[in-house]
Ligand binder design. Structure first.
Ligand SMILES: Nc1nc2c(ncn2[C@@H]2O[C@H](COP(=O)(O)OP(=O)(O)O)[C@@H](O)[C@H]2O)c(=O)[nH]1
Ligand SMILES: [Mg+2]
Length: 299
């Protein structure tokens, strides 16, 4: 059930990788040519040059050690090497009894607010009490959008007025969080362009307030990234990451792109784990990222 849903949602990326792979195995090529063509396929699927090369170098070494060089055996080893990319970079698991603050960041339109709605729903299903805070006070409509998700998931929300200093809304929210016996505080922020200094400063200010008012609570900065931007998105994460800490990535819109391979280069080159993947516009279109089921769905 779970497998078939993720397969369906990642269909475009699967088509991009799997169908090209089938061509690689056509016409009795020699093994070196097959591996070269696999590498080309991976690069063309937004996996990134460095990461594709690494996967294929390992594949070549692995195949030297085994007699079976059938398509089935090669695919199996390829999958293992693709899964291995994620071996050392895992998102922290949520510990059940821990209170937590999530700061959601990323450029406009990537899916921050939508992902917050979906994550809130996941926590609600676990019986957690969630408080949302609409700190995206720059854009008209942004606050109302989060408010709709708060109503949909029946949770409380702190709202700032349009153009109010987002830091002061965060301040109010940390106070409400302390006094209201909440488990999770989720902060929606404005689309932060890494090269806009005032927005980055704003983010640092929010973090300081959270650290000061809720010193003993675990904090996570989650960066939302739109997978349809492929390798450009990976560059976006990189420059953002150089300026602020990011604990993990939420990768959205995997349902509408063939560029899902970008997951590999983000994790491999930046060492940032993927925590959730977004696979549609409705409340249930989110999954905890799992390397094995992801790879099984696309190869
Ligand atoms: N297909 C698809 N659309 C998404 C996904 N996540 C968000 N969106 C859409 O992307 C658009 C921007 O989302 P929004 O949450 O407002 O982005 P924000 O500006 O970062 O807060 C909206 O139309 C969402 O419905 C996803 O996983 N798949
Ligand atoms: Mg938003």
């Amino acid at each position: 059930m779970f497998f078939s849903k993720i397969k369906e949602n990642l269909k475009k990326t699967k088509e991009s990788i799997d169908i090209k792979l089938s061509n690689v195995f056509a016409n009795n090529k020699d093994i070196n040519q097959i591996i070269d063509e696999i590498e080309e396929t991976l690069i063309l699927s937004d996996i990134g040059v460095n990461t594709s090369t690494k996967i294929c170098d390992n594949l070549r070494e692995g195949l030297k050690k085994q007699v079976d060089k059938s398509e089935k055996a090669i695919r199996e080893l390829l999958k293992q090497e693709m899964i291995a990319v994620f071996d050392n970079v895992k998102a922290e698991d949520d510990l059940d009894d821990q209170k937590k603050v999530l700061l959601i960041v990323g450029v406009n339109g990537v899916g921050k607010t939508t992902s917050i709605g979906k994550i809130t729903n996941l926590y609600k299903k676990q019986g957690k009490k969630v408080l949302l805070v609409a700190a995206d006070t720059f854009r008209a409509g942004a606050v109302e959008q989060l408010d709709i998700w708060a109503k949909r998931t029946s949770c409380d929300i702190c709202i700032g007025k349009e153009n109010e200093d987002p830091a002061s809304v965060i301040y109010e929210a940390t106070k409400k969080f302390q006094n209201g016996d909440y488990d999770i505080l989720i902060c929606d922020t404005a689309g932060r362009l890494h090269n806009k200094k005032n927005l980055m400063d704003e983010l640092q200010k929010m973090k300081r307030i959270i650290n000061k008012n809720l010193p003993d609570i675990r904090k996570e900065v989650l960066m939302v990234l739109d997978s349809t931007t492929g390798q450009n998105g990976a560059i976006q994460v990189k420059s953002f990451f150089e300026k602020t800490d990011v604990n993990a990535i939420i990768l959205t819109k995997l349902d509408s792109t063939a560029k899902g391979g970008v997951v590999f280069s983000i994790v491999d080159e930046l060492n940032i784990p993927i925590k959730y993947i977004g696979t549609g516009e409705t409340i249930d279109d989110i999954e905890k990222f799992d390397a094995k089921s992801f790879v099984e769905a696309i190869v």
